[in-house]
Structure formats: C-alpha cells, structure tokens
Design a protein around this ligand. Structure first.
Ligand SMILES: Nc1ncnc2c1ncn2[C@@H]1O[C@H](COP(=O)(O)OP(=O)(O)OP(=O)(O)O)[C@@H](O)[C@H]1O
Ligand SMILES: [Mg+2]
Length: 421
C-alpha cells in the first residue's frame, strides 16, 4: 500500500447485529471541500448477533463467531486483512459525570502542556478500582475569571480550570467485551462510547452548538447523548428498543418472532389515526396453521402503546437531565428502531421539540448500503478514527499491493446482501 493511503477499521457489537467496516483514507487530501469523502469505505461485514444484550457480551463463543464472520466479509470485499479495530462500547454499566480540574499556568500563557495537566487534574477524581475511565471530554475551560472558553491555548492568565465530562464503565464487563474481540483475532486500536460515535455520524456542528439530544433506538435499548454549546453534557440509556415492538407484535398476533419482525418493518406504523379500516396485512400462522389477513389498524393498535412508552421515557430522560431549555435543535432519532413508521412524527407531537430522523453522514466508497440509522454507530467510529488518526495495521490478501476495483467491490457487495436477506 502506498505511503499516503491509510486504513481505518470499525466494529460495533449491537444486540441485533455485529457490523465491521474497513475504509481507506488518503492522508494528503484532508483539505478537500468535503473532507468526509476522503474516508472511502471499501469493506462492509454484517453478521446477526445472538450473544450481545444491551451492549454487554452474554455469550463469548457466539459473539466471537459473529465478529469473525463480519470481519471476513469485510476483508473479502476490501481485499485486505485487518488486524486491529476501533470498537464501540455501551451498556447500563457505563455512567458519566462532570468533574473539575484546576492548575496554575506556569509561563503566564496557556500551552498544550497546561491543557494536558488540567485534564489530568480533572481525571484525578476517585474512581473505584472496579471501574475504568473511558473518556475525559472537556466541556469548557476557564482562564482566571473568564468562563466558556473552548480553546484556551495562547491565553494569558494565572489559573486554568476545566469542566470535563468523565465516562467510566465496569472494568470486568469492558474486559469481557474486549476479550471477545481479541478472540476473533483483532487487536483493539481504541474504545469509543457508542453514543459519541453515533453523534459524530448524524449531527451537524450547528445542531451541537444550538443544543441537541440524540436517541439511538437500537434492538435492546435506546442510548442518549446530549450536546450543549458544542460539547457533551450528558449521556444515558433507556431499556426499550426495537425488539420490544417485535415481541409485542408476536404476542398480539400470535405469530413467530421472525414474521413479527418482517411485519413491523414492512407494514408497521405506530399511530392508529389516519389508517383506513380497509387496509389489511397478511400474518403468518404458528405451527403450520394457515396465514391470515388482519387489519393494519389492529397492528398499529399493538404498536402504539409501546411507541408512546418509549417516547415518554425519552421525555422523562430529557426532564431529568435538566437540559431541556438548552435543546434548541431538539431531538434526533436514529438507530434501526427509529425507522418505525410514524415514530418521528409521534415524538415531535408528544415531546413538543423539533424531531428528525438521523442517518449517517455521507462518506466515500460503499456508503449507499449504510444509509440507515442501524449503521450510525459504526460509521461514526470511522469518523472518530479519521479525526484522531487511529489508523490500523493491514496486509493485502496476497501480500501484494491490492487495490480492489470498484466493479469487483460492487459485485461482492451485491452477493453479500443477497445472502443476508
Ligand atoms: N425499517 C424499520 N422499521 C422498524 N424497525 C426497524 C426497521 N429497521 C430496523 N428496525 C429495528 O431496529 C432494531 C435494530 O436496530 P440497530 O441495528 O440499531 O440495533 P443494534 O445496534 O443491533 O442494537 P443495540 O444498539 O440495542 O445494541 C431491531 O429491533 C429492528 O427490528
Ligand atoms: Mg446500536
């Protein structure tokens, strides 16, 4: 591979699917008008996930297998062997809080070294030994009495303070997740909170500056992150996700989970208003019974209370965060569950905030197959890797320099999705 090409890899362990992406980056083209287009996705691997529940690995064997499968798919598509990856982490074991740090400015002008020292001071809070610090995110700096500074380098003063958002997680749970990834033959290049990655994929700078909440409606749970004045202000989690809707439909219609999932995705709508009594949906029978027709309105009646519950929980979370007056850009719903018919409209009506569906930003290469909230986290990991220059070790399949042709990649992608659905 040429010197000016670097490679990024991203792995998201979701409750419904494991996804792995490989991207090439032209290091020397950072100043292009649309820099994200520099990240050229060349490999996509997605495998069903049965061993992850709400971000935590509950079956190491099954998850290792899913990671291997997703990795292999992506590698075949890219024509590259990848040995390292960035990974996302989520789960109820993760918590975050604000911490302050303060130092004396040595040479009367703030230097990069002072910034490192003040962050270290904020980090020096007592974190129990069974917890691991995942991120220290500066929210604002203060130089003497001046607050609200985003970058204090070069400023004159005697005292530098920082308010930082500290994210910690259970050491044992994190180690289990990482061990599973390493068992699949991948070294960990970096760990990123899933909410942070998701926000990088779906938010604009304007939204972060005006204040916004992102709710990633996944399979098992919903992960939230709040931005105020362009910095992270809060993160949380709600124990309801898309799978709860599927379960309700399976029970309500007495149909297998797989059929309930198909019905939800193809015909599901979460509001009964506006649905005609004439509209019908075919439902697969259980245990060899014949399929039958039901009213679409009856299906919406099953989905509606769960959607109202999820939105009410999001509303409570916003209230509890005390950030509701600062969310000028409202709420962005993403994740696979956000695609449920009518959910965005219902949230807007029930919460009285502007609400939009968040799709991952356009990167270069094979982005077309990833334009769904399901892939927001893994696409955001690539963006984070690019911002932080977290490039990974790779080898060409044959040991030679291989640059797969666009046609070859498109053919592989077509076959891959044909097998998946
Ligand atoms: N078009 C759609 N309409 C309704 N629901 C959908 C649609 N597409 C996907 N979903 C639902 O989204 C959920 C999967 O979302 P996603 O892929 O974001 O979850 P995940 O990342 O695997 O899980 P988690 O983030 O909870 O660990 C499933 O419950 C699925 O049924
Ligand atoms: Mg997810």
């Amino acid at each position: 591979m040429k010197q000016d090409n670097a490679v990024l890899a991203a792995l998201d362990l979701g409750s419904s699917k494991v996804s792995f992406l490989i991207a090439k980056v032209n290091r020397s083209s950072e100043l292009l008008p649309d820099p994200l287009k520099n990240i050229e996705i060349v490999g996509i691997g997605v495998a069903p996930s049965f061993g992850v529940k709400q971000g935590v690995v509950i079956d190491i064997e099954a998850t290792t297998e899913a990671i291997r499968k997703a990795r292999r798919e992506a590698e075949l598509m890219a024509g590259l062997r990848v040995f390292e990856t960035l990974v996302s982490l989520s789960g109820a074991h993760i918590c975050s809080f604000d911490s302050k740090g303060m130092i004396a400015i040595k040479s009367k002008e703030v230097t990069a070294h002072d910034m490192e020292r003040v962050i270290e001071a904020a980090k020096a809070v007592t974190v129990p030994s069974d917890r691991q610090v995942l991120h220290v995110i500066p929210r604002e700096y203060r130089v003497d009495h001046q607050a609200g500074i985003l970058n204090p380098i070069g400023m004159t003063g005697v005292r530098l303070e920082v308010v930082a958002h500290i994210v910690t997680g259970s050491q044992a749970t994190i180690q289990n997740n990482l061990k599973t990834i390493e068992r699949a033959g991948l070294k960990i290049k970096g760990i990123v909170m899933s909410q942070l990655a998701t926000a990088k994929a779906v938010l604009s700078e304007d939204e972060k500056s005006l204040g916004v909440c992102v709710a990633d409606v996944g399979a098992g749970s919903t992960h939230l992150i709040y931005y105020v004045n362009s910095s992270v202000a809060h993160m949380s989690q709600i124990g309801i996700g898309g799978n709860h809707f599927t379960q309700d439909i399976a029970i309500g219609l007495r149909t297998p989970q797989s059929s309930a999932e198909n019905i939800k995705i193809s015909k599901g709508y979460c509001m009964t208003v506006g649905i005609s009594d004439e509209d019908t949906v075919e439902v697969e029978g259980v245990g060899g019974r014949k399929s039958r027709l039901i009213k679409k309105k009856d299906l919406a009646e099953i989905i509606e209370p769960r959607a109202e519950e999820l939105i009410a929980f999001i509303g409570h979370d916003v209230e509890k965060s005390n950030l509701s007056p600062f969310l000028g850009s409202g709420i962005v719903l993403t994740g696979g569950g956000a695609h449920l018919g009518g959910l965005v409209e219902m949230a807007e009506y029930q919460l009285d905030y502007p609400v939009r569906l968040g799709l991952p930003k356009n990167l270069g290469g094979l982005m077309d197959s990833l334009k769904s909230g399901r892939f927001a986290t893994v696409v955001g990991l690539l963006i984070h890797g690019w911002e932080e220059k977290l490039f990974v070790q790779v080898q060409n399949e044959t040991g030679d320099s291989i640059t797969p042709s666009v046609q070859m990649m498109a053919d592989r992608l077509k076959n891959f999705f044909r097998e998946l659905f």
